[in-house]
Write a protein that binds this ligand. Structure first.
Ligand code: AMP
Length: 312
């Protein structure tokens, strides 16, 4: 079933205990789309400036099931830029700078042929843009949003409006606390359910993720990674693996099509797909690992992870 994502295309500079990468391809939309593309087609709606290097465009085009016809390259505009530095345990990072560039301009246009999209992911970007995008997809069956500290601190009113309209929210442990004032992630997520969504996914980095759904409560560990080079994009590739799986499962069972939202069981399986995708992404800087990833490697690690979760 058609999956669409809106978010940022970024030029990132990242410092981790393993090294650093300068002016590499990043952005919430980019990581999401690359991850989701392993499950099926994914449409991008985003804007970048004409300073985006051809090499970065080439990386986006490398993923054959990404439809980049909704990616606007604006003459004279600057691409969104972000710099981050991870602490020694890589669990925390500081934002060094955020240059909004094209994000401060008019939102990207949505190609007419994307209007039939049924699975909608609003990756990290200004909540007003996320809200506008949501309204543009009247056939949506599942709309999920991500957000982060910058928007919680600077665009709270728009974010509250958005939360009242989406089916699900994906966010980090710290962000859940910032949004609700509640330190316990389950209590924070329950508070968010009262604001609108029918489920919340709280990501806790190497400590895994929680699914707080109106139908139940679930928890998954992270994949026990041996090699963590750069955690950037872990959240977006998690969401891409999750939504890509749900859209592909929806395409296999179109009979359930009239219902909005997603069941607890389907979501928990989707979280496992997200977990495995994120575990690959963090093995290298930028999109380098996802670029090299083979379907067989993904399937093998998913089978291994599912095996680890079985308790006799
Ligand atoms: P993640 O590590 O999953 O949070 O994603 C990091 C990516 O998000 C980086 O590649 C950045 O370019 C992008 N990013 C950082 N800050 C923001 C922001 N405030 N809004 C949207 N995207 C952002």
């Amino acid at each position: 079933m058609p999956l669409v994502v809106t978010g940022t295309i970024g030029i990132d500079t990242v410092y981790t205990p393993s090294g650093h990468a300068e002016s590499v391809l990043g952005g919430s939309c980019t990581y999401f789309a690359a991850a989701a593309s392993f499950h099926g087609p994914v449409r991008i709606v985003a804007a970048a400036g004409d300073d985006l290097p051809d090499e970065h465009l080439g990386t986006i085009r490398h993923f054959p099931t990404i439809d980049a016809s909704g990616l606007e390259i604006r003459k004279g505009s600057k691409t969104f830029r972000w710099g981050g530095k991870y602490h020694d345990n890589m669990d925390r990072r500081d934002t060094l700078y955020t240059e909004l560039g094209v994000l401060a301009e008019a939102p990207p246009k949505i190609p007419d042929r994307f209007r039939d999209s049924e699975f909608v992911f609003l990756a990290n970007t200004h909540p007003a843009v996320q809200l506008g995008m949501l309204e543009a997809f009247p056939h949506r069956r599942l709309a999920v949003a991500d957000t982060m500290d910058l928007w919680i601190n600077t665009a709270r009113a728009e974010l509250d409006k958005l939360l009242a309209r989406v089916d699900g929210l994906v966010l980090n442990y710290d962000e859940a606390e910032l949004l609700t004032g509640k330190r316990n992630p389950v209590a924070a997520a329950r508070h968010i359910l009262e604001m609108g969504p029918s489920f919340v996914v709280v990501k806790k980095g190497e400590h895994g993720s929680l699914l707080i759904h109106r139908e139940g409560l679930g928890a998954l560990p992270a994949y026990p990674a041996e090699q963590v080079v750069d955690p950037t994009g872990a959240g977006d590739s998690f969401a891409g693996g999750m939504m890509g799986f749900l859209a592909a499962a929806g395409a296999k069972h179109p009979g359930n099509g009239s219902r909005r939202g997603a069941s607890f069981e389907a979501l928990l399986r989707a979280l496992a797909h997200g977990t495995v995708m994120a575990s690959f992404n963090i093995e290298s800087f930028s999109l380098n690992r996802l670029r090299a990833l083979k379907r067989e490697e993904l399937d093998a690690r998913y089978a291994q992870f599912a095996g680890m979760l079985r308790i006799h």
